[in-house]
Design a binder for this molecule. Structure first.
Ligand SMILES: Nc1ncnc2c1ncn2[C@@H]1O[C@H](COP(=O)(O)OP(=O)(O)OP(=O)(O)O)[C@@H](O)[C@H]1O
Ligand SMILES: Cc1cn([C@H]2C[C@H](O)[C@@H](COP(=O)(O)O)O2)c(=O)[nH]c1=O
Length: 741
């Protein structure tokens, strides 16, 4: 998934996209030229410096205003009409409008008329942009396979924000510098007049290119031909879609959060820069680093995060931008502010790229235009609002010095606002993460770390049922089999469907694997019959994959309580640590093998290895692993204890020196407590007949519940299926245990 230059080359080899990308490049270039050429042209109409400044900002503001009026319906155009014709029509409109501005000036030679027309033209140009952009964004996915969207977006963003603006500025600079030469030719040769005609010509070329040379843009996967609903219905449909799609809502929320942070940052920027005591240029320096971070995030983000889920990446990037804002808020020195700005840029750039790509992927063709329009408009409104609120507030109240001992920090309103922005952005990032997470239950940092190394943790395969999964772990002879049987018998007697199982060897395939890995002294003949460490790890993982697929998952889906003698932790301890293959590596293989299935409770029976081995071997030689050195078993024990300490909630550690019945009582207590929690939360949704009947029984006779193991018989309908090795395992012992006086 991580993009390389090769991905970008592949994308450019797709002809319709290559043409659209060229169009996009020209359009962005034209847009930047149009913005600054019209603003520059407005300035040039006045001599007074104050009027010049006002004219410049007024033209920019005029461009933002239409989004408030036209914004809500702009996306409807993109979804309702042929996108190619919509784009060509908008380009034609931009050509005519931009060309009209210098023409009116040249024809009337009247400043008032020109200014009035300029204002009208500006409003209309922005209207055209508002309709053009969502049509373009929505068209991209129809020209490319989904896995190429990200590379295409990298290319588009780099063109729009990296190549087009400097080119536009360079053209304007050349025109200004050369004005001495061609201004003698007449008013028509004034730099900004030429710039506007040049821009207009660009849009004429675009209209022709889009209309005649990229027919694929018209090709829709949606239901354009059958559209009969009204514009109003389309508008309402866009809003309803937002309400129903949690992922798209999370995406939009996250993006708007990032824009509000950006607005506050821009609003307080200049005042904040003064608190750093780094001179006038501080603001511009920070802006440069912010944009460097932004470009870095867009260009290298996908490569950096490797295989991380894009849905997770989006939320994380926004939180990263929030962290950057927090760094800026507390930075005692310009160097820290620069670091903060780079971090903000990185986070924002990656969030922007991930956001656009995900929106293209997650939204259906017929609604996509409205979603892009919604983002474009809301982003503008939020940017304007946060800037206008933050800017005047930033200067309110003088800054105070805070002495930290090693350095002094200025506490000012601008820093407080930055902190508010940081908290807001981080909160929205977390909210977006939660509502979009495609790997619930998979630890975030471990997933990030594994993804950076090219091995993302697998998403947990969901389980439909409400079963409960208990695992016994521990070294050799710790008493796992003894306790598994006792627990299964106790559960059966309470009316649960208890499935007693083990690793390795709970399935037919597993039995074969068991003899492959455990049979002692296989080093006969060529001497390579004993599995090497990696083969051993993979054999245990293969046994586990089969075990989960054929025994554990189906049982949990039925609502049974699964009691397993060993599971993943044994691999982590014996192969990861004992064989020194790496605990994380081995855990990753097993997580993949099991689809991320974790036990609800792991009972670790901790036994000193010498004592355990003595019990387990019972005078014999033991299996291949039991024959390992004592040091090996010490490492195994330590690893089990470390695993338990790292997740205390999921583990019950019992010192295995007590009598079997004492240990069994502790296990029962822990299981009963957890099963009660489970039933309280899930019973009304799904029911759990076994448990319900047990509960009813216990309501009738509470004392019978505690004495059940001693007095009840194993229910008849719980007879195991003799063709299934998992059910055969230990069954006789369970029956015997249940009938024990
Ligand atoms: N609490 C205990 N105290 C003393 N002996 C015990 C205890 N629990 C089990 N044993 C005995 O120790 C031996 C090994 O017990 P068990 O098979 O249950 O252990 P295990 O952990 O499953 O062993 P393995 O690792 O070989 O599978 C058996 O003979 C059993 O009767
Ligand atoms: C699941 C699993 C097991 N082992 C080892 C641990 C024991 O030595 C044997 C199993 O014997 P038991 O009498 O059935 O307990 O296999 C392992 O090394 N890795 C594993 O993942």
């Amino acid at each position: 998934m991580a993009n390389t230059l090769a991905d970008i080359q592949t994308v450019l080899r797709i002809r319709p996209f290559r043409r659209l990308w060229t169009v996009l490049g020209l359009a962005s270039f034209g847009d930047w030229l149009a913005i600054f050429a019209t603003a520059g042209f407005a300035q040039s109409l006045f001599d007074d410096p104050a009027a010049k400044g006002a004219a410049f900002s007024a033209t920019i503001v005029l461009r933002l205003l239409p989004s408030l009026v036209l914004g809500p319906v702009a996306g409807v155009f993109a979804d309702r009409f042929d996108r190619r014709k919509t784009m060509a029509a908008c380009d034609t409109a931009r050509f005519l409008l931009i060309a009209s501005v210098p023409t009116v000036y040249l024809v009337t030679n009247n400043t008032a008329v020109t200014v009035a027309w300029l204002a009208i033209a500006q409003l209309c140009i922005e209207g055209a942009v508002l309709i053009w952009s969502p049509a373009k964004e929505a068209a991209v996915p129809n020209l490319l396979p989904a896995e190429k969207y990200e590379a295409a977006n990298q290319l588009s963003l780099a063109t729009t924000y990296g190549i087009a603006p400097p080119l536009a500025f360079a053209i304007l600079a050349i025109l200004e510098r050369g004005s001495a030469v061609w201004s003698n030719l007449g008013t028509w040769a004034e730099p900004m007049v030429i710039a506007l005609y040049l821009t207009a010509a660009m849009f004429a070329i675009l209209a022709v290119t889009v209309f005649f040379f990229i027919p694929e843009i018209s090709g829709r996967t949606g239901r354009i031909a059958a559209k009969t609903s009204s514009v109003w219905n389309d508008f309402v449909e866009g809003w309803s879609y937002l309400r129903t799609s949690e992922r798209v809502r999370g995406l939009i929320l996250g993006m708007l959060g990032a824009f509000s942070g950006a607005g506050i940052l821009i609003g307080v920027g200049t005042v904040y820069a003064t608190t750093l005591g780094a001179g006038e240029a501080a603001f511009y320096t920070l802006a440069v680093f912010l944009f460097l971070g932004l470009g870095g995030g867009i260009a290298f983000g996908p490569k950096l995060i490797g295989e991380l889920s894009r849905l997770r990446w989006f939320g994380m990037s926004i939180v990263l931008a929030g962290a950057g804002l927090a760094i800026d808020a507390v930075a005692p020195h310009m160097v820290f502010s620069i670091i903060g700005s780079v971090v903000i840029g990185l986070g924002a750039g990656m969030a922007f790229l991930a956001g656009i790509t995900l929106l293209q992927r997650e939204t259906e063709d017929e609604i996509r235009g409205r979603m892009f329009a919604f983002i474009a408009v809301s982003a503008r409104v939020i940017l304007m609002l946060s800037m206008t609120i933050a800017a005047p507030l930033a200067g309110w109240q003088a800054a105070r010095q805070l002495d930290l001992g090693f350095t002094e920090v200025q506490i000012s309103m601008s820093r407080i606002l930055l902190f508010v922005a940081a908290a807001l952005v981080a909160w929205l990032g977390v909210t977006a993460f939660r509502s979009m997470d495609d790997k619930p239950g998979v630890p975030v940092l471990a997933d990030l770390w594994s993804s950076l190394r090219g091995r993302p943790l697998s998403a947990v395969d969901p389980i439909a049922g409400t079963g409960f999964f208990v695992v016994f772990e521990g070294g050799e002879g710790a008493g796992k089999s003894t306790q598994s049987v006792k627990l299964a018998a106790w559960l059966k007697l309470r009316g649960y469907e208890a499935v007693l199982t083990r690793e390795p060897g709970a399935t037919e395939l597993g039995m074969r694997i068991r003899s492959l890995v455990l049979d002692p002294a296989p080093n006969t003949g060529s001497g390579d019959r004993a599995p090497g460490p990696r083969a051993e790890a993979l054999l245990f993982a293969a046994d586990r994959a089969q075990h989960v697929d054929k025994v554990i998952r189906p049982a949990l889906e039925r609502g049974a309580v699964v009691v397993s003698d060993r599971y993943i932790d044994s691999s982590i301890a014996y192969q990861g640590s004992g064989r020194a293959l790496g605990k994380n590596e081995v855990a990753w293989v097993s997580t993949w093998a099991t689809g991320g299935l974790k036990p609800d409770l792991t009972v670790l029976l901790d036994v000193e290895p010498t004592a355990g081995l003595h019990r387990a071997k019972a005078g014999g030689d033991g299996d291949r692993l039991e024959q390992e050195e004592l040091e090996y078993h010490q490492k195994v024990r330590e690893t089990f204890l470390q695993l338990a300490a790292a997740d205390a909630h999921r583990y019950l550690v019992i010192e295995a020196g007590g009598t079997p019945d004492e240990i069994a009582a502790k296990v029962r207590e822990a299981v009963a407590e957890r099963l009660d929690i489970r039933t309280q939360t899930t019973r009304t949704e799904t029911g759990w007949p076994g448990l319900d009947s047990a509960k009813n029984d216990s309501a009738k006779n509470d004392s019978a519940k505690t004495d059940a193991v001693e007095t009840d018989a194993v229910p008849e309908d719980a007879t195991p299926d003799s063709t299934d090795p998992a059910k055969d395992y230990g069954w006789d012992a369970v029956v015997e245990e249940a009938g024990r006086p």
